[in-house]
Design a protein around this ligand. Sequence first.
Ligand SMILES: Nc1nc2c(ncn2[C@@H]2O[C@H](COP(=O)(O)OP(=O)(O)OP(=O)(O)O)[C@@H](O)[C@H]2O)c(=O)[nH]1
Ligand SMILES: [K+]
Ligand SMILES: [Mg+2]
Length: 399
Amino acid sequence: MGILERIKEIEAEMARTQKNKATEYHLGQLKAKIAKLRTQLLEPPKGSSGAGEGFEVTKFGHGRVALIGFPSVGKSTLLTLLTGTQSEAASYEFTTLTCIPGIIHYNDTKIQLLDLPGIIEGASEGKGRGRQVIAVSKSSDIVLMVLDASKSEGHRQILTKELEAVGLRLNKKPPQIYFKKKKTGGISFNSTSQLTHMDEKLCYQILHEYKIHNAEILFREDATVDDFIDVIEGNRKYMKCIYVYNKIDVVGIDDVDRLSRQPNSIVISCNLKLNLDRLLAKMWEAMGLVRVYTKPQGQQPDFTDPVVLSLDRGGCTVEDFCNHIHRSLIKDVKYVLVWGISARHYPQHCGLSHMLNDEDVVQIVKKKDTEGEGRGRFKSHSNDPARISDRVKKAPLKT
Ligand SMILES: Nc1nc2c(ncn2[C@@H]2O[C@H](COP(=O)(O)OP(=O)(O)OP(=O)(O)O)[C@@H](O)[C@H]2O)c(=O)[nH]1
Ligand SMILES: [K+]
Ligand SMILES: [Mg+2]
């Protein structure tokens, strides 16, 4: 029997089984079985390089955003509008068959936007180009799920399910469960919060399914069986997703109003070029990029070419900033001077572990630059960070 048939069989058994206290352990075990099979399904076939022909697009820029959606919702039209790169758009389904990259220039950064073929129910099991599309979405930083505002609202759930089936978790935080496999010592089970979905026995049974007999487990929140399986599998990807309802030019104002009020959602019209600025602003915010401007000593900062950091991609400390400029820089750095939101006063003397904020200005002081100098050369100026908002760019920065 193939993997897909086995998944179907277990799903059918779960559907037949009544949900109650007595069957809870059995259902938990079945869930673990399905999760294991899905992981097998995701392993690329031997000898293949992963993404597949037409989908191997080199990463470019400061972040990557994937356009995911059913056929003909307007993904290619949107890519062309936002990036200027032509991606064929037409009224028939599956116009796009490969991955088409474009670049968005926004807030002095470059963001790679990927147009992809439409996906359909069953994509996670390999229908259409589902597998390739999903592999590319996993490589991106956030997902824009494009939906047709005039079509069924069920589409959003269907797509979310398809993405969840392959280990993507949209707009969710990783479960607060500490889990560590051990060589010996049996299972140690603890929790710091009251558990209403899980208990020790269920936990043991799921671990048994994974043939794990020695492990340390600490539940730090009231997690579910699915959360626990996610932690054991360990290959989940937690991503932000913005639901983009396109074609609002063909629906009534009440629908537009309702859709726009849903969480993480935005309504747009490519045809009328409506709300595209707000979409870009929302996308930018979701990416959490941190622009840091470098200021050479005695000169104005270069406000055209920031160093771009992000918490998801390597971190936002002064050390990350230095490593970004040059790997060998860190050993020469004595301290840095920081202007901006992250500084308590301007400029603030900061060490390598200081967390930088978007639009901070940083001057690096190297060890040899200060040889023979006494401390306290830089006076602290108490200053209101809010004043610096638009701010650092306009004000001349001394030092
Ligand atoms: N009314 C309306 N039609 C739109 C809008 N945006 C795109 N369309 C139309 O929708 C159709 C599909 O657009 P595409 O950009 O090809 O859609 P897609 O999602 O890339 O489609 P596939 O590549 O086939 O998955 C085209 O006929 C577009 O002109 C919009 O805002 N309003
Ligand atoms: K189309
Ligand atoms: Mg297309």
